[in-house]
Design a protein around this ligand. Structure first.
Ligand SMILES: Cc1cc2nc3c(=O)[nH]c(=O)nc-3n(C[C@H](O)[C@H](O)[C@H](O)COP(=O)(O)O)c2cc1C
Length: 282
């Protein structure tokens, strides 16, 4: 159902300070001040529902697309990680290569996935789908379908490449799981690239995965990016369609997760690996 302009942007006249901050913060000039210095939605088609007008309003006067200020967290005194905490996380975080046998607590996982919807997307397209395999049982079912799909894949007379065929046989025989690292869960983030509003599909899914890693680690869940799945889909385009019901063309990325079986005693040293160039015009 289409949102009318009135439903899209509402201002509580008793609270509005007429400061114009909402108009100034609107990325595409969808808002303007009217003759009585009240903000109005002038170009609803330009509104990307980013809620900046709602967020910036010091008086809590703006409701955007049905979201009222009372439904949002206040930034006053909000507890945020300080620089040291954020830097320590980046230095100490590790890709988990060995996961414990137990499943992750569902309530914790739910909390993480609910917050994850806040990850930013280009032009605020918000077209992400989180397909979560939450348990070892779900992973086993997925892996069965995964191996069956690989076994039945036919691409003319071309065989699966060795890097894929050998680990697949090992997985079938239960003697190794290099692709999924025996994780008890996996999150596949995908987007709808057929939606014209999605301007940055690959960035959107990657950013959501990066935020998942951060939030999951903070909640005590270990993670490991699953880059293999993308490589495998290039060889076997039907893989995620057959296993998880995702469209073949949907951009995606996956992160494995579970309880850690290893505790890393220290971080690593690679602060200086990336080259930094401060480019300032002479
Ligand atoms: C985009 C991306 C894809 C990755 N894919 C895999 C993967 O398929 N399997 C795996 O074991 N590790 C994977 N990794 C983990 C990297 O090997 C790891 O980040 C790197 O060796 C550095 O180790 P660290 O993450 O513990 O710092 C991936 C990492 C990234 C960022």
């Amino acid at each position: 159902m289409a949102t009318t302009t009135d439903e899209l942007f509402q201002v509580d006249g008793k609270k509005c300070l007429k400061c114009g901050l909402c108009v100034q913060d609107c990325a595409f000039g969808a808002l303007r001040m009217d003759d009585s210095r009240t903000p109005v939605m002038a170009k609803p088609d330009a509104c990307m529902r980013c809620q900046h007008c709602l967020a910036v309003c010091p008086a809590g006067a703006v409701t955007l697309d049905g979201i009222a200020p009372e439904q949002c967290i206040s930034t006053n005194g909000l507890e945020l990680p300080g620089f040291d905490a954020a830097a320590n996380w980046l230095r100490a975080r590790r890709s988990m290569r060995r996961f414990a046998k137990e499943d992750v607590d569902r309530e914790t996982l739910d909390r993480v996935l609910r917050v994850l919807g806040n990850a930013p997307t280009g032009c605020n397209a918000r077209s992400l789908t989180f397909t979560c395999l939450p348990t070892r049982k779900a992973m086993e079912r997925f892996k069965e379908a995964f191996i069956t799909t690989l076994e039945s894949h036919r691409d003319g007379s071309r065989l699966l490449p060795r890097w894929l065929a050998v680990p697949a046989i090992r997985l079938r025989n239960g003697v190794g799981d290099i692709f999924f690292r025996n994780a008890s869960g996996m999150l596949v983030v995908s987007t709808d690239e057929t939606n014209a509003a999605v301007t940055t599909p690959h960035e959107d899914v990657t950013i959501a995965c990066a935020h998942f890693e951060l939030l999951a680690n903070a909640a005590g869940i270990a993670t490991c990016w699953c880059g293999f799945l993308g490589l495998i889909q290039k060889e076997v385009p039907e893989i995620l369609e057959r296993t998880l019901g995702l469209r073949r063309t949907a951009p995606f990325y996956a992160v494995l997760f579970g309880k850690a079986a290893v505790r890393y005693a220290r971080g690593v040293r690679r602060d200086a690996y990336a080259r930094t160039i401060y480019w300032e015009k002479p």
